[in-house]
Design a protein around this ligand. Structure first.
Ligand SMILES: O=c1[nH]c(=O)c2[nH]c(=O)[nH]c2[nH]1
Length: 299
């Protein structure tokens, strides 16, 4: 009987780190969650319980904190994830690759009567910035993105012309609310010379601008327009993946109360919701390699 260990990776998940830059009295805060995973020659620990090659997950956690200090802070999460991945692969012969995932939670300065406060902050909405660095030997891939970018337009959205069957009840509309929570992931080509923070701010702004200014005939069309606008402005990005709920707003029937309701009062349903997912990609994009992998072989 032949049984062997297949694909595997291990590490510490959701290492929460807050770094305060106290360089001046105007402090800066960075708030992240790091999930470190190592890949390599780990047969012995799985098969025999021989830990000689098993870099403890506790050490991986400590490394996250120590490198934040030695690096004088986190910087762009893409740079910090690359730093961690390179550190683990360089430090241990048995570590052949790594997957370093970072989520970043934004904080804004509290606006006081005397202006933005030096060292008091308020969490920025439900939005999260993300990155995943995958390293395999000398090869590196960076996939960045955002979760929870909640947007709504109160007009400028239609939906009609779809097939009708005996089960169709949906009314065609030329004026509806369009609302979604954008989850987006974009794959960078290479890692050198990319101004990660600038690129992130630009992609986010393009997503918002395009959502706002596209007259929508379907959420699918809006999604495609958003991805196209990102790729047109960013040659260093090869593809963008989206997952976007269609957060339905149903017009409430107020006729029992003798009231008409010309697109003013809505029931905001939380479920079920449409779930619209697509990749917008360049037809000449370089191969994605292992960029989208979670566990190799599991995708
Ligand atoms: O933008 C939309 N796309 C759909 O696929 C769909 N399906 C649906 O019922 N409403 C909508 N709206």
């Amino acid at each position: 009987m032949g049984i062997r260990l297949g694909d595997n990776q291990y590490g510490k998940a959701e290492v929460r780190l807050v770094h305060i830059d106290r360089g001046t009295d105007v402090h800066r805060i960075k708030d992240i969650s790091v999930t470190s995973q190592l890949r390599g020659d780990f047969d012995a620990v799985h098969v025999e319980g021989d830990n000689a090659n098993c870099v403890p997950t506790d050490t991986q956690k400590n490394t996250v904190y120590a490198l934040a200090k030695e690096n004088n802070g986190v910087g762009a999460i893409e740079d910090f994830a690359l730093l961690l991945a390179r550190h683990f692969v360089d430090e241990h012969d048995c570590v052949e690759g790594a997957r370093q995932e970072i989520e970043e939670y934004g904080w804004d300065r509290i606006d006081t009567a005397d202006g933005p406060h030096d060292h008091s902050f308020v969490r920025r909405g439900g939005e999260t910035r993300t990155t995943v660095v995958t390293k395999d030997g000398d090869q590196e891939w960076v996939v960045s993105g955002l979760d929870g970018l909640t947007v709504l337009k109160s007009t400028g959205s239609e939906f009609h012309g779809y097939p009708k069957t005996k089960y169709t009840t949906l009314k065609e509309t030329t004026d509806r609310i369009l609302a979604t929570d954008v989850t987006a992931r974009w794959r960078y080509v290479g890692t050198d010379g990319i101004a990660w923070d600038k690129a992130y701010a630009s992609v986010r702004a393009i997503l918002l601008e395009t959502f706002a200014t596209t007259h929508s005939l379907a959420l699918q069309q809006t999604l495609y327009a958003m991805g196209t606008a990102v790729l047109e402005a960013h040659p260093e990005i090869a593809e963008v993946k989206f997952s976007m709920p269609n957060n339905h707003h149903f017009l409430v029937d107020l006729s029992p109360f003798g009231l008409d309701n010309p697109n003013e009062v809505f029931f905001a349903a939380d479920r079920p919701y449409g779930k619209i997912e697509a990749t917008v990609e360049r037809d000449d994009a370089p191969d994605a390699g292992r960029a989208w992998e979670t566990v190799p072989g599991f995708v």
